[in-house]
Design a protein around this ligand. Structure first.
Ligand SMILES: C[S@@+](CC[C@H](N)C(=O)[O-])C[C@H]1O[C@@H](n2cnc3c(N)ncnc32)[C@H](O)[C@@H]1O
Length: 215
């Protein structure tokens, strides 16, 4: 997906992926996965998700999002006024425990940050077509340190029934992308016939899967 595609989505409010309520599997599973020392979470391709607030109660949250519209709306819609720092590659919006790095994910470097305890991937991996998923995972691996766990949500559906994004990413692909990592398939839900965020997809099967990935 070219960056312009996503800028156009935000500029024209074509954001069917945005979910107004918290991600149900995050709310149900995440609290039981926490270790006492966990304190930092990274949310790549975060859009303006409310899930950032779910983390911010307890965590320092670093989000990354390409679109300035998304970052602006995230704070504005929640009646928050962030401090904005402009750097060479990113505009950094900061308010309370939340910092959003607005700019290209692939330009982010792990050296910019202390290690993360968690990486939260909702609609990030599945936002990319196959060739870009390989690049995305290569880059995300730079952020996976000894204690980092990835909370990865995927969708599976017959890809031929709908062109992405989102794209179907099946278990075999997750295994291939993260080979050499520990992969725990935590749960799945059948969303067939139901809405995914704001959209209902024309597909005959739709399964959401949750994996926990670590070194
Ligand atoms: C499918 S949306 C998911 C947003 C969010 N995770 C959510 O759950 O609502 C994908 C997001 O990735 C952002 N994005 C796409 N390419 C990006 C890139 N190279 N760097 C940073 N963000 C990017 C898009 O602007 C879009 O907001």
């Amino acid at each position: 997906m070219k960056q312009q595609f996503w800028h156009d989505c935000w500029d024209n409010t074509h954001i069917g992926f945005h979910q107004d309520e918290l991600q149900p599997l995050l709310v149900e599973y995440f609290p039981n996965l926490l270790e006492p020392q966990d304190s930092r979470v990274f949310v790549p391709l975060c859009g303006k998700t409310s899930d950032l607030f779910f983390f911010a109660d307890r965590f320092k949250v670093i989000g990354n999002e390409l679109s300035a519209v998304a970052c602006r709306d995230f704070f504005q819609e929640n009646q928050l006024i962030p401090k904005i720092q402009e750097t060479m590659s990113f505009n950094i919006y900061q308010q309370g425990n939340i910092e959003l790095y607005q700019g290209d994910f692939f330009a982010l470097s792990p050296e910019q940050f202390q290690p993360f305890d968690w990486i939260y991937d909702r609609a990030a991996l599945i936002a990319f077509p196959q060739d870009m998923r390989i690049e995305y995972v290569q880059h995300i691996k730079h952020f996976i340190k000894a204690n980092t766990r990835v909370f990865l949500l995927t969708l599976e559906f017959p890809q031929e029934e709908m062109s992405g994004p989102p794209f179907s990413v099946d278990e075999n692909e997750v295994m291939r992308l993260f080979k050499d990592y520990k992969i725990l398939k935590k749960t799945q839900r059948d969303l067939t016939g139901q809405k995914f965020a704001r959209r209902k997809f024309p597909v005959t099967k739709l399964i959401e899967k949750l994996y926990i990935i670590s070194k």
